[in-house]
Design a protein around this ligand. Structure first.
Ligand code: ADP
Ligand code: MG
Length: 843
């Protein structure tokens, strides 16, 4: 046991007390601390000692500190305390308590300051290394596909319970990774224990006794006093049940821990009125401090699995242990050369270590390898799909002569110039369209960045080449919005455009379908209705999908099936973080419109508490008086649409009757028939209503440049990306716009989330935060998002591993496109595809 003064502690030696002065200081301090502790224990009664009262003793001692033992800056404080103790008898109980506490803390701090702490090196502990070989001998070779009932120790009951977790064969159990670890690997000296931390100590038993709780005869307690060179700590073991209160049993228990024995203890450090303690920790009595430990848990990283009823954590751990030998049958998907180049653990090592880590470094490496594999398979799958798509031929949209000059006429007709970003993205799309392989491109751009005009330009290109275009939007409101935009631009160029949604009347629908089939209709705009079977195009050349993250891959493919092999352009105004984009659309090329058209004034965002709604209302009034308009948005949670509908109706009535009786207040919600929705939006656009109360249906597509206030009620209930999207409804005109987020939650996390929006207007940054705070499923906001099944990998944290895996996947496919030489990867991918297909059939 070597004391190791490190750099930090030698700096704190600077108080420079010599040994003798320190000794004098201790002699003075100890009785003071004892007196203070006693007074606190007795409830601040001003304890009467044999010779003195508490307050007399304190004021005398504090007034006469040992000479030379103190830094000069303490003098004043000591005198002040001394003074206060003189009037202690006249103080209230609370004031006494305060004074005693303050002085205790101050003396404690002083002691720490004067007494150089030399942290001791943590104890050493020999954790026995376990060989799988030994276990393998008992178990024999269990194949990865062996049913779990064949694992030693798993009976029919147990197997049934495991099946309820989806664990049927050995492979499943091995892939059932721990959801967390309890880290008992931090070895500490008693002095260095931190309450709330999980740690392991090695110490000597000073005292041990067992007793039955005086208040609860069913509870017995074994109490140990442990000591190491740096201090003491209490350890309690609680035994619940009357059978433990038998005195001879208790006595036997205490004999397990004889005085002077060395024990290793792992557990959570607690802080209580009597100092720090371990309660019900793991304890092992060791033959000697150097002897290796027998316990499989003390001093280790202990895996924690998600469990099912009737299976204890210990039991589950030992079941997993029993199957670990089968890991060596696991095929290694990566050739040694690739593995070494990336410094990846062998798959066997990684799988063993994830269940049974020897250290946190090893766990880190194991996790890295397994995450790498998950991403690698994902990327290989996406890249192969992309390659297959490329092999089909699409109509090349190369235009030899700009016959009708459609595109240039369109661009000339626009009242504005394309931004650099729009020009760049259009060029990227152009290049794709001229190839004979189908385009698969995602355009990401913040709200208002002008994606729609870019899409129109692409559609015109298809039409110029004699083909048709389709534009699909997730909601009717958005489809109608697009339709109106297109009607503004296309008919002047003699290009026909039609709208098809669920509410298109049957008669019109019939005519429309005929026009689409004959090619008379050049551009068809619509919702999911476009996916329905009766819709057949004459020659579909380009499909534009807006807000594509709301569509599943299957829906997308269904639409693609409608054309020869149309080009696909998808757009999203909800930028998603790169990791998510790569995982979901690794089969797409990505373009970014990362620039807003000039002349937009940034939106100012403010967070208000629910009690400050009135402020929001007066701001709305001010804006309306200036000729502007305002949205008031209420949350709409899918599952409780009815309830939210009522709240929108209620708020509408309240605003109309009480808050803005002199203004016109409109109401928009998803339950309105489409015609009524349009009427409400038109009234707001024309200024017939000045305030629009709405559910989130305004999220996409409503474009009213005069709207300059967006008030979002219960903003804490929305996702960040969605709030950002909503905020994008204002700031579309020249006027400076405001966004008011009403936070009704007391949850600090909700506040923290909303602050991201107050701070940032960058959709990418916001999406990253949303991913971090709420997870990918929430960011995408849909169940059929086609999110990959990742057991370990986190899209929020493992971005760099994803990039590595992506590189590796590209490299593998470059050399071996059909994975002939990578048979393990090939069969894993096949298995994955089969799973996806069978899942799809179930849906
Ligand atoms: P997004 O679909 O990306 O949210 P839109 O295409 O709806 O954006 O464009 C938002 C608004 O900006 C529209 O009114 C559009 O006409 C206009 N706009 C688009 N591009 C430009 C530009 N380069 N300069 C000025 N205004 C533009
Ligand atoms: Mg748009």
């Amino acid at each position: 046991m070597v004391a190791q003064p490190n750099g930090e502690s030698s700096a704190s030696l600077s108080s420079g007390l010599d040994h003798q002065s320190l000794e004098r200081f201790h002699i003075w301090l100890r009785p003071l601390q004892q007196a203070l502790a006693l007074e606190a224990d007795r409830g601040f009664v001003n304890v009467q000692g044999r010779q003195d009262t508490f307050h007399g003793f304190m004021s005398r001692e504090l007034g006469a500190p040992p000479a030379g033992a103190f830094p000069p800056d303490c003098e004043e404080r000591l005198q002040a305390f001394c003074h206060e103790f003189q009037s202690y008898p006249s103080l209230s109980d609370a004031a006494r308590r305060r004074l005693v506490t303050t002085v205790r803390q101050w003396l404690h701090a002083l002691r720490q300051r004067l007494e150089p702490t030399r942290p001791m090196a943590p104890p050493k502990l020999k954790v026995a290394t376990r060989s799988t070989a030994a276990a393998a001998n008992q178990q024999g070779d269990l194949s990865l596909d062996a049913p779990l009932s064949r694992v030693r120790g798993i009976g029919p009951k147990q197997a049934e319970r495991l099946a309820s977790l989806g664990l049927l064969v050995v492979r499943d159990l091995l892939l059932h990774y721990p959801r967390d670890y309890v880290d008992y690997s931090a070895l500490r000296r008693i002095e260095a224990l931190v309450p709330g931390e999980t740690a392991t100590i090695v110490a000597t038993v000073r005292r041990c006794h067992g007793f039955t709780s005086p208040r609860n005869p069913n509870l017995s307690i074994i109490e140990l006093q442990l000591q190491d060179p740096t201090g003491r700590i209490k350890v309690s073991r609680f035994l619940a049940g009357r059978r433990f209160s038998n005195p001879s049993y208790l006595h036997g228990q205490t004999r397990l821990y004889p005085n002077g024995a060395t024990v290793a203890v792992s557990g959570l450090v607690k802080d209580g009125p009597y100092g720090r303690s371990f309660q019900d920790p793991l304890i092992e009595v060791m033959e000697s401090p150097q002897a290796p430990l027998q316990s499989k848990r003390i001093g280790r990283l202990l895996p924690v699995y998600s469990l099912t009823e009737g299976l204890t954590a210990d039991r589950f751990r030992s079941l997993v242990e029993a199957t670990l030998p089968s890991i060596r049958l696991w095929p290694e998907p990566l050739p040694a050369q690739r593995r070494q180049a990336r410094q990846l653990l062998h798959r066997h090592q990684a799988m063993t270590a994830i269940h049974r880590p020897e250290s946190s470094e090893q766990l880190q490496q194991a996790r890295h390898r397994l995450v790498f594999d998950e991403f690698l398979l994902l990327q290989l799958g996406l890249m192969q799909r992309r390659a297959a798509l490329r092999q089909r031929t699409a109509p090349s949209l190369k235009i030899t002569s700009d016959r009708d000059g459609l595109l240039s006429r369109f661009l000339n007709n626009l009242p504005f110039q394309f931004t650099n970003a729009q020009t760049r993205v259009l060029a990227e799309i152009d290049a794709d369209l001229e190839r004979s392989e189908p385009m698969a491109r995602l355009v990401q751009g913040d709200v208002g960045s002008g994606k729609t005009v870019v899409a129109v330009a692409a559609l015109l290109k298809a039409i110029q080449a004699g083909l048709q275009g389709a534009m699909m939007a997730p909601t009717e409101v958005l489809a109608e919005q697009h339709y109106r935009s297109l009607c503004q631009w296309l008919p002047p160029l003699h290009v026909t455009v039609e709208l098809l949604t669920g509410s298109t009347p049957l008669k019109k629908r019939r005519r429309l379908l005929a026009d689409v089939a004959s090619g008379a209709c050049k551009v068809l705009v619509g919702t999911h209705a476009l996916l329905e079977d009766p819709v057949a195009f004459e020659r579909l050349g380009l499909v534009v999908v807006d807000e594509q993250h709301r569509f599943g891959v299957r829906q997308r493919n269904r639409l693609l099936g409608k054309g020869l092999q149309p080009h696909l352009l998808t757009m999203t105004a909800t930028p998603i973080p790169r990791t998510l984009a790569l995982s979901l659309h690794g089969d797409l090329d990505v373009s970014q419109i990362d620039e807003l058209p000039p002349g937009r004034t940034p939106i100012m965002t403010t967070m208000l508490a629910g009690s400050e709604r009135d402020q929001a209302y007066s701001l709305i009034r001010e804006e309306v008086e200036k000729g502007q308009r305002a949205y008031v948005v209420l949350p709409l949670v899918e599952e409780s649409e009815k309830m939210d509908l009522r709240s929108a109706v209620d708020v509408h009535r309240q605003l109309e009757d009480e808050v803005f009786p002199d203004l016109k207040v409109g109401l928009l919600h998803g339950r309105l028939p489409s015609v009524d929705k349009q009427a409400v939006i038109q009234a707001f656009a024309k200024g017939e209503t000045q305030v629009l109360v709405s559910t989130t249906v305004v999220e996409v597509g409503v474009d009213v440049p005069e709207a300059s206030v967006m008030m979002i009620d219960h903003a804490d209930r929305f996702g960040l990306a969605q709030l950002h999207q909503l905020r994008g409804r204002v700031g579309r005109g020249a006027a400076a716009s405001r966004c008011l987020l009403i936070n009704d939650s007391r949850n600090p996390l909700a506040r923290q989330r909303l602050e991201v929006l107050v701070r940032s207007t960058d959709g990418f940054e916001i999406a990253e935060m949303d991913l971090r705070l709420r997870g990918p499923g929430q960011v995408l906001g849909t169940r059929q998002s086609g999110l990959p099944d990742l057991a370990l990998a986190s899209l929020a944290d493992d971005g760099s591993v994803l990039e590595e895996a992506r590189e590796e996947a590209a490299d593998i496919l470059r050399n071996d496109p059909d994975l002939i030489d990578h048979s393990v990867l090939r069969s894993l991918l096949d298995a994955q595809r089969n799973r996806v297909t069978s899942a799809a059939q179930l849906n």
